[in-house]
Design a protein around this ligand. Structure first.
Ligand code: SF4
Ligand code: SF4
Length: 646
C-alpha cells in the first residue's frame, strides 16, 4: 500500500457484555478481584455498568483452558497432526515426537517470536537513523551526539568525520548485525570477560541477530532435531541475540535520535487525561512515530486549532512501552499499562489512540466503537480492522503525525460529556534512570553504587520487568514484589508495564524511601532517588543488561557472581520469554510469576530450573506468590554475597 493511502478498513461494532454477565450488585466485588489502583477500579466499574467488554471478561469466558495447550503438550507443526501427548499409549506424536520435544519446540517458538519482535523494532529504529543521516527523513536528526560518538568508537568508526556521516556509518554497522558474517555481535563484547568466555565455550554467543531467529524457526520444523536440551539452547542463543543485539540497537539508537533519558519528574495513571483538552494516547512500542506526534502537537497552529473547537489544548498521554519511551525522554504523562488500554478509551475522554505494534488488543477498535474514540493504525505490519490506517514511514512521519493530531482535534466535538469519567488523582513519579543518568548522578561512574552494594547498605539489585496478565490481579505481582524487595534493602530497577504499575503505586516517588529497609532508605534519601527506578520500555531491558555488565566489570567478576536477580511477576508476552532467557543467559536468575506452558515435560522444567545453572550459572524459578518470590530472590542475593565473601 502506498504511503498516502488512508482508509477506514472496516466498520466494527461496540461489543457489549450481556447484562447478566456482571449485574450491578456484583460490580464492587468484581472490581476488587480484578484491580488495585483506585482510578483503574473506578473506570473498570464503568466498563461493567455500561457493559463495555474488557480483557477480563474475555479471560473469564476462555476458562477453563485446554489442559493440553496449557501444559505445552499439543503440537500443530505439520499436517500429520495436530497431536497431543495424553499418556496411556498416546506418548508420541504421529511423527514420533516425545513430550519433551513438543514442549521444548513450543517454547523455542515463543523465544524466537519474542526475539524477532524486539529485533524488528530495533531494525526500524536503525533504518530511521540511516534515512535521517542521509537527509531522506530530515525530521530525524542526531539529538545525543555524545552517545553517537561513544557508539561510533565501539564500532571502530572514525569519529572525526561530520556527525551525519558518522551516524550513517553507525546505522549501517548496526544494520549489519542482523545478518553479519563476522560471527558475533559487536555489543556482546560489553559482557564481562568471564561471562563472554562462558557463553563462547557453551556455544551460546549469537552469530547474528536474524540468523539465530531463522535457525530457531528452522529447528521447530518436524524432523530437524529431537534433543530438547539442544533445542532450548538455541532459544537462549536467539534470545541473547535480542538482548545484546536487536533490543540493544533499539535502545541505543533511540537515545541517539531522541535523547538519552535524564532524571525527571512525571505523572502517571488514568487521571492524566484532561477534561478540557483534546486527549490523544500513544500506544505500542517504537518511539519513531510517537516522537513526531509530540512535535506535531507542540506546533502553535495545532493549539489554535484545538482552541477553535473549544478545547484548552492538546494533551498527549502514553500507554505501555511507547508511553515509557516518552515518559523517560520527554516527561509525557503515562496513562497506564497493558490492562489499562481499554480503560483509557472507557473514560469517554479520548479523542484518538495512535498505535504502532505489539501488545495492542485486536479488539481495541470495538472498544473505541462504544465511544467516540478513533483508533489510528500506522504500521504496514499492524493493520487492525476498524482502525483508521495512516501509514507512517520515516520520510512522512511528521506530516502524518500532524494529520493524526488534526483528526483528534476534529473528533473533540463528538465527545459525550455525560459519559466522561476521569479519575481525579494523578501520581507523581521520578523517572529517567538510564545507565548514563545514573552514572551522572553518582559523579560520573557507577562505582559508588557498587560500593554501596559491597558494603551491604544495598543488599543487591533486582530487575522487575514485563507485562500484565489477567490471570493475576492487575499490578498486584509487581507492586507486592517491589515492596517486599525494597523492605529487604534490595534496590529495584524496572521497565515495561512493571514500571508503570509501581509508578502508579507511588513507589517511584523519593518519599517511597520510607517503605524501604533502613539502609536502602537512607541511601535513597541521601541521593534523592526512589528505591524503585524506572529504566524504560521493554527493549530498554538492555539498560539493565548494561548496568549489570558495568557493575560486574567494575567488580572484576562475571554477571552471575553479582548479588542480582530478575523477575517477571505478571508476564504474558513471548517477548518476556525472550527477555527472561537473555537475562538467564547473561547470568541473571529470573523468577516468573506465571508458569510457562511447559508443565507437561518434567525434563524441560528441570532443564530451565536446575540444569541451566550448570551451563550459564543462572536459572529460572516459577513462583506465583510475589511474597514467596521476594524470599527466593533475597536468599539468592544473600547466597551470592556470601560467595563473594561479603
Ligand atoms: S510435528 Fe509431529 S507431533 Fe507435531 S503435529 Fe506433526 S506429527 Fe504431530
Ligand atoms: S511489558 Fe509486556 S505488556 Fe507491557 S508493553 Fe512490554 S511486552 Fe507489552
Amino acid at each position: 500500500m502506498s504511503d498516502d493511502q488512508e482508509i477506514e478498513i472496516i466498520t466494527v461494532e461496540c461489543i457489549r457484555t450481556p447484562p447478566e454477565h456482571i449485574t450491578p450488585d456484583k460490580v464492587p466485588g468484581k472490581v476488587e478481584e480484578r484491580a488495585m489502583d483506585p482510578g483503574v477500579k473506578e473506570v473498570l466499574a464503568k466498563t461493567m455498568l455500561e457493559g463495555v467488554e474488557t480483557v477480563w471478561d474475555r479471560f473469564e469466558r476462555q476458562q477453563p483452558p485446554c489442559k493440553f495447550c496449557e501444559s505445552g503438550v499439543s503440537c500443530q507443526r505439520c499436517a500429520m497432526g495436530p497431536c497431543r501427548i495424553m499418556g496411556e499409549g498416546k506418548t508420541r506424536g504421529v511423527c514420533g515426537a516425545t513430550v519433551d520435544l513438543i514442549v521444548s519446540r513450543n517454547l523455542l517458538d515463543q523465544m524466537a517470536t519474542g526475539a524477532a519482535s524486539h529485533s524488528d523494532h530495533g531494525r526500524e529504529v536503525a533504518e530511521t537513523l540511516l534515512k535521517g543521516a542521509r537527509g531522506e527523513a530530515p525530521m530525524y536528526k542526531v539529538e545525543d551526539e555524545a552517545k553517537l560518538m561513544v557508539l561510533a568508537k565501539e564500532y571502530g568508526l572514525d569519529t572525526k568525520e561530520p556527525v551525519n556521516k558518522i551516524a550513517e556509518k553507525l546505522a549501517m554497522a548496526m544494520l549489519d548485525e542482523f545478518g553479519t558474517l563476522k560471527g558475533e555481535l559487536t555489543m556482546a563484547k560489553r559482557l564481562p570477560p568471564g561471562t563472554y568466555d562462558m557463553l563462547k565455550k557453551a556455544g551460546l554467543l549469537p552469530r547474528s541477530i536474524d540468523r539465530e531467529i531463522v535457525e530457531a524457526m528452522h529447528r521447530v520444523h518436524m524432523g530437524v532435531g529431537a534433543d530438547y536440551r539442544n533445542i532450548l539452547a538455541q532459544g537462549v542463543r536467539a534470545s541473547l541475540g535480542d538482548g545484546w543485539g536487536g533490543s540493544m540497537i533499539g535502545t541505543e539508537i533511540s537515545d541517539v535520535l531522541f535523547g538519552t533519558p535524564g532524571i525527571k519528574k512525571g505523572k502517571v495513571n488514568l487521571s492524566v487525561l484532561k477534561k478540557d483538552q483534546v486527549n490523544i494516547s500513544l500506544h505500542g512500542h517504537n518511539p519513531v512515530l510517537s516522537e513526531m506526534v509530540v512535535r506535531a502537537a507542540e506546533l502553535p497552529e495545532m493549539k489554535k486549532k484545538a482552541e477553535a473547537v473549544g478545547a484548552k489544548g492538546i494533551n498527549l498521554v502514553g500507554l505501555c512501552c511507547t508511553g515509557n519511551e516518552l515518559l523517560m525522554r520527554k516527561g509525557v504523562p503515562q496513562a497506564g499499562n497493558h490492562l489499562s488500554q481499554e480503560l483509557v478509551i472507557t473514560t469517554g475522554a479520548l479523542e484518538a489512540m495512535i498505535v504502532d505494534y505489539q501488545c495492542i488488543f485486536p479488539s481495541l477498535p470495538n472498544t473505541a466503537a462504544c465511544f467516540h474514540t478513533k483508533v489510528i493504525t500506522t504500521s504496514p505490519k499492524a493493520k487492525i480492522p476498524g482502525g483508521k490506517y495512516m501509514e507512517v514511514t520515516p520520510e512522512n512521519a511528521f506530516e502524518q503525525a500532524k494529520k493524526m493530531v488534526e483528526l483528534a482535534i476534529d473528533n473533540f466535538k463528538n465527545r459525550d460529556e455525560a459519559r466522561v469519567l476521569i479519575p481525579n488523582k494523578s501520581m507523581d513519579a521520578v523517572v529517567g534512570f538510564s545507565v548514563e543518568s545514573l552514572r551522572a548522578a553518582l559523579g560520573g561512574t557507577l562505582k559508588p553504587l557498587l560500593d554501596l552494594i559491597l558494603e551491604g547498605k544495598i543488599r543487591g539489585c533486582v530487575g522487575i520487568v514485563g507485562c500484565n496478565n489477567p490471570k493475576i490481579k492487575h499490578d498486584y505481582g509487581h507492586i507486592t514484589l517491589a515492596k517486599e524487595l525494597i523492605r529487604r534493602n534490595i534496590i529495584v530497577v524496572e521497565t515495561g508495564c512493571a514500571a508503570i504499575a509501581c509508578a502508579e503505586a507511588g513507589l517511584m516517588r523519593p518519599e517511597a524511601a520510607d517503605l524501604a529497609g533502613k539502609s536502602l532508605g537512607n541511601v535513597c534519601r541521601s541521593l534523592g532517588i526512589p528505591p524503585v527506578l524506572h529504566m524504560g520500555s521493554c527493549v530498554d531491558n538492555t539498560r539493565i543488561l548494561n548496568l549489570a555488565a558495568e557493575l560486574a566489570n567494575l567488580a572484576g567478576v562475571r554477571i552471575d557472581q553479582l548479588p542480582v536477580g530478575g523477575a517477571a511477576p505478571e508476564w504474558y508476552s513471548p517477548k518476556a520469554v525472550a527477555i527472561g532467557a537473555y537475562f538467564v543467559g547473561s547470568g541473571i536468575s529470573v523468577s516468573l510469576g506465571v508458569m510457562p506452558k511447559i508443565s507437561g515435560s518434567p525434563n524441560v522444567i528441570k532443564m530451565l530450573t536446575e540444569d541451566l545453572e550448570g551451563v550459564v550459572k543462572a536459572k529460572f524459578w516459577v513462583e506465583p506468590d510475589p511474597k514467596k518470590a521476594a524470599a527466593i530472590l533475597f536468599d539468592h542475593i544473600e547466597t551470592k554475597r556470601a560467595e563473594l565473601g561479603l
